[in-house]
Every structure is written in C-alpha cells, then in structure tokens.
Design a protein around this ligand. Structure first.
Ligand code: NAD
Length: 260
C-alpha cells in the first residue's frame, strides 16, 4: 500500500515509534528512523527492518527539541528519498511532579519535544505534500491529550496542544489529499511507562507485576496495556485511501480510559 512512499517516524528507536515504523515498513514504505540509542543497535535495526520488509531505511539523530536539527533531518530525507510522504510525530518524554515542584527545564523540554517539534516537522513536510496532493500526518498524542492526570502538567499541556494543532492542520488541508490526525493511546508498556511502573513499585513497596496492575487499575478499565502493534495497525489504516475522510480526529486507543 505504501510502496514508493517515505515515512519519517520521530522517536522510532524504541517503543511506539518503532512499532509504527515497522507497521509502515510492512506496507512497503521506506523509513527515516529518528531517535537516540546505541549506534550499533540502531544500525542493526536499520538492516533488520530493511531485510525483513524489503524497504530502504536510514536514520537521522536530530534532537527534536532543536529546530535547526529538525531542518537538517528534513534536508537529509530530501537528499535520500526526495522528501517525506508520511509524517509520524511520535518523539516524546515524560516527567511527573506537582506544578509547584516541576523543574522549569523539564517543562521547557517537554513542550519542545512533545509539542513544538510537531509544528516544525509539519511546516517542513507540508510544501511537498501540497505539491503532490498526498500526505499523511499522524501525531502521537495520548489519553492525556483528552483528559488530565495530577503530576503531569507539562505532558498534559503538550498533548492537549498537540490535539489542537492536529485539528488546525486538518482544517488547513481539508480540501487536499493530505490528512492530519492524532492517535491517543492509553498506557503502553514502553521504557517511558516502565519508569512510572518502577516509581510506583518503589513508592508502594510493590513487585513489578503488582505495580503494573496498580498503574492500570488507576486509569485503564481493560486492565491490559495497549501494544505498539495495535497502534501500528491504526497508523496503517490512517494512511490508507479509505481513511481520506478521517480528518482532525483524536482517536483514543486506551482500554476505555477516556470513556469514564
Ligand atoms: P519511548 O521512551 O519508548 O520512546 C521515545 C522515543 O523518542 C525514543 O526513540 C527516544 O530516543 C526518542 N526521543 C526522546 N527524546 C527525543 C528527542 N529530544 N529527539 C528525538 N528523539 C527523542 O516512549 P514511548 O512510550 O514509545 O512514547 C512514544 C510517544 O507516544 C510519546 O510521544 C509518548 O508521549 C506517546 N505516548 C506513550 C504512551 C505510553 O503509555 N507509553 C501513552 C500515550 C502516548
């Protein structure tokens, strides 16, 4: 379905981004990986993905909090593949503290990585998408793009902002072959959430599995984690021709979290 197209997935060396990159590669898209990690692991990831799915893969280590590095990433993608057809804004970080204790530099980093980077990638991706009248923009927001949780002010503000930005992007492209949508996952067991499991285990003196259950019980009625594969399948649908009228959605995949 996506053969001959190029997908950039920010923050795709781990977790959800990796799951989405693999799902798009399985549909034939060439992948521009981005994100941090050990150089040998990243090069193994590039070759295993290329081999498994018969696509081309490259990596650029732009720090998504730095606009100049995001511009360099787009220049690299243009030079490698001609440009980006599918943009998945996924890179993100978390930090938990009450507002009055929230470190200012953590607030700034979360807003820069989880929100402002999507503005930069989108403004850089749109000219080519408009020229070819085809493009898909998928923003990884969160259940926290729709509802709040104590201790997560910067994250909730960034994700609500990302949902709003998605709506405006969708409206500005409404009569084109470009769509913009947000995916709003509940808890997915990635390194980002494992840290919250570890904190819960330490705080309440729980074993790892009990801390996972406690975290889910707070928020996610299904009692199960969402998986990167499930999110990859939704991203593939959003890239399909049949999804052309799905515009500006904030699609929760959250075990019932925001239905409460
Ligand atoms: P993760 O920690 O497993 O992966 C984050 C990725 O982002 C990694 O590849 C990391 O290298 C990259 N990254 C971090 N800072 C970066 C930066 N400054 N520049 C470039 N890359 C950077 O996290 P995840 O759980 O897979 O989260 C992915 C996205 O999904 C995030 O936006 C997160 O907010 C969102 N999300 C996660 C969950 C969850 O439960 N895990 C739920 C809802 C939304």
């Amino acid at each position: 379905m996506l053969s001959g197209k190029t997908a950039l997935v920010t923050g795709s060396t781990s977790g959800i981004g990796l799951g989405i990159a693999r799902a798009l590669a399985a549909e034939g898209a060439n992948i521009v990986f981005n994100g941090f990690g050990n150089a040998d692991d990243i090069s193994a990831l590039l070759s295993s993905t290329a081999q498994e799915f018969g696509v081309q893969t490259v990596h650029h280590n732009a720090d998504m909090s730095k606009p100049a590095e995001i511009e360099a990433l787009f220049a690299y993608a243009a030079q490698q593949f001609g440009g980006i057809d599918v943009l998945v804004n996924n890179a993100g970080i978390q930090f938990v503290a009450n507002v009055e204790d929230f470190p200012v530099e953590k607030w700034d980093a979360i807003i820069a990585i989880n929100l402002t980077s999507a503005f930069h990638t989108t403004r850089l991706a749109l000219p080519r998408m408009r020229q070819q009248n085809w493009g898909r923009i998928i923003n990884l927001a969160s259940a926290h793009g729709l509802v709040g949780s104590a201790g997560k002010s910067a994250y909730v503000a960034a994700k609500h902002g990302l949902v709003g930005f998605t709506k405006v992007t969708a409206l500005e492209t409404a009569q084109t072959g470009i769509t913009a949508n947000a995916i709003c996952p509940g808890f997915v067991l990635t390194p980002l959430v494992q840290k919250q499991v570890d904190d819960r285990a330490a705080r309440d003196g729980l074993a790892n599995d009990d801390a996972k259950r406690a975290l889910l019980a707070d928020k996610q009625p299904s009692g199960d984690f969402v998986t990167p594969e499930q999110l990859g399948a939704l991203a593939v649908f959003l890239c399909s021709d049949l999804a052309i009228q799905v515009r500006g959605a904030a699609w929760n995949v959250d075990g019932g979290w925001v239905a409460q």
